[in-house]
Design a protein around this ligand. Sequence first.
Ligand SMILES: NC(=O)c1ccc[n+]([C@@H]2O[C@H](COP(=O)([O-])OP(=O)(O)OC[C@H]3O[C@@H](n4cnc5c(N)ncnc54)[C@H](OP(=O)(O)O)[C@@H]3O)[C@@H](O)[C@H]2O)c1
Length: 335
Amino acid sequence: MSAVSTLEDKTAVVTGASGFIGSHLVDYLVGQGSIVHAVIRKTSDHRWLNKSDQVKIHIADLEQDQPLPILEKADYLFHCAGLTKARTREGYFRGNAHACEVLYKNCMLSRNNFKAIVHLSSLAAAGPGKPGEGVQENLPCKPITYYGESKLKGEEIAVKHGSSLPVVVIRPPVVYGPRESNFFVYLKSLSNGWNLKIGKARKELSLIYVADLVRAMVQAALCFPKNKKIYYVTDGNTYSWEDVADSSMRILNVNARSLVIPESVLGVVANCVEALSWFSSKPSLIDRQRLIDIRQTSWVASPQSFFDSHGFQPEYDLAKGLYETIEWYKANNWL
Ligand SMILES: NC(=O)c1ccc[n+]([C@@H]2O[C@H](COP(=O)([O-])OP(=O)(O)OC[C@H]3O[C@@H](n4cnc5c(N)ncnc54)[C@H](OP(=O)(O)O)[C@@H]3O)[C@@H](O)[C@H]2O)c1
């Protein structure tokens, strides 16, 4: 059965609906004819939130233990809210673990018969792999950062409720696409003529374009798995940062000058930027935790299990996804 007919007139609750991935998911669900209940915070930025009449807004901070009555009516719940940056370990755990306790407790209290709950986790919950070997779902999780630990804790909370709630966990790698602001910093430096490389070692990674990820999340909800509950979803390729730089430069039509930043130098920078960020309202893009991620040589996962069980095929590889992303940045005057 196609996603089009299956989602039409269904009620979907989306947490983190104002964020990068959540806002793309809302757009997709609206396009499929769903009634979307977007859970956002009082302070959330509405600029990416779909303005259709099909979207109803609900204000809730999932770190606060407050009721979420809309869960009683939901056919599907997509949990996209989460913190990708925080200043402290406690901050990550409040946003990525405690928030899950609150959400799933509310799901239980709703006594609703959900068709599926899709929990958005991260490859960071599992930790890096060995070069040349993508991590698979049957390997033990070894997160190496506060973010990764907190995402794993969030998954554990989700899976703990799995006997009563139909939860499926999706672990994406780096997600890129229109509206994204971290990967954008890298593209911006290339477009300014600088190809920044951290250390000399070859580093490999998985990627997924945001439109493919939201399709995969919907597919996970529609073909709810019988036994398995956790899946990696990537575009199926392994890239190096050189591949990313080459593809980006081709599309941007620039020949950026390579600048290798030794990891030791970045360590000093991360310390300084992190210290300065305490005077700012937001956590910094680079800090000592981010540096731990950057130092790893392989952030690659195998999506084969998801592809096989859900008949899923990504529509975007890096070249196609980057092209659309860069076109969007240009059209919106980011580049
Ligand atoms: N982007 C990636 O490359 C990537 C990769 C793997 C996994 N993920 C996971 O995907 C999810 C979404 O990431 P993203 O890139 O879309 O991040 P994002 O743009 O920062 O969006 C996060 C969303 O979560 C909301 N949120 C955070 N804490 C909340 C709370 N306590 N109560 C209610 N809403 C809250 C934010 O609301 P505000 O607008 O109010 O802050 C925002 O709408 C996260 O769980 C992240 O761990 C992302």
